[in-house]
Design a protein around this ligand. Structure first.
Ligand SMILES: Cc1cc2nc3c(=O)[nH]c(=O)nc-3n(C[C@H](O)[C@H](O)[C@H](O)COP(=O)(O)O)c2cc1C
Length: 210
């Protein structure tokens, strides 16, 4: 699909065909494509919990404004943003550093410089760590939706859930924020898709402060 078609045809769909499953390979392809998005220092502070079972999706639905799509979609993702994903000693920070050494983009002597650079950006406050985690994971989440559309899938992002209750129910450690849930599946053909929603114009988007 052309990029512009992917952008124009992606919609937050409310109705999923409960009888049309998302094959594992398709879900995998979607995640692999989305993982190509950029992130600060290439730290990639995102993770996904993949829910497929009726029982676990029902538990999530009850904590997500009872939105039926949480359960009707064959796959619902709990998207996680790791607020610790910049810290020295973190598994993926270390992997990132080793990969850069292998790629000759850094050498072992730069370990302290790299740690200091991350600390100067994110070490100051919990707000900065939350922003770090959520902005990077937001790019990933958007790419998941576009990659899904490109594969013929539909999605629905959701903020309408009880954050702390979902954390507790699914044993999600405190270092993760949950920026959104994402239902993934195939649009139920006999339902009507709501007309496209309005968008801000370029003039409304571009601002200047005096
Ligand atoms: C982060 C985020 C959270 C959202 N949360 C919900 C939600 O909980 N329930 C819902 O029905 N729609 C939710 N939406 C869908 C938006 O209402 C929808 O994307 C928007 O109205 C534009 O419509 P479109 O995606 O079809 O273009 C959410 C969208 C985003 C990006």
């Amino acid at each position: 699909m052309d990029f512009i078609d992917v952008i124009n045809n992606r919609r937050a769909v409310n109705f999923f065909d409960p009888d049309k499953d998302v094959p594992d390979e398709t879900l995998r392809a979607m995640i692999e494509t989305a993982a190509k998005v950029p992130s600060s220092f290439n730290l990639q502070p995102w993770s996904l919990i993949v829910l497929r079972g009726h029982e676990e999706k029902t538990r999530l639905q009850s904590l997500a404004w009872n939105q039926p799509k949480v359960n009707e979609a064959p796959v619902t993702l709990i998207v996680l943003a790791d607020q610790d994903g910049w810290k020295e000693g973190h598994r993926f920070v270390e992997k990132n550093f080793q990969e850069m050494i292998t790629a000759k983009a850094m050498n072992e002597d730069q370990r302290q410089w790299f740690a200091d650079a991350r600390t100067s950006l994110y070490g100051e406050s919990e707000d900065k760590q939350l922003a770090f985690a959520c902005k990077n994971t937001g790019f990933f989440a958007m790419a998941l939706m576009l990659a899904a559309k490109n594969l013929g899938l539909d999605t629905h992002p959701m903020d309408g859930f009880d954050h702390d209750a979902v954390r507790k129910e699914f044993n999600i450690p405190d270092n993760y924020w949950i920026p959104l849930l994402l239902a993934v599946g195939y649009f139920k053909k006999d339902m009507e898709l709501a007309p496209p929603k309005w968008r801000k114009t370029v003039e409304e988007i571009v601002v200047k402060f005096h």
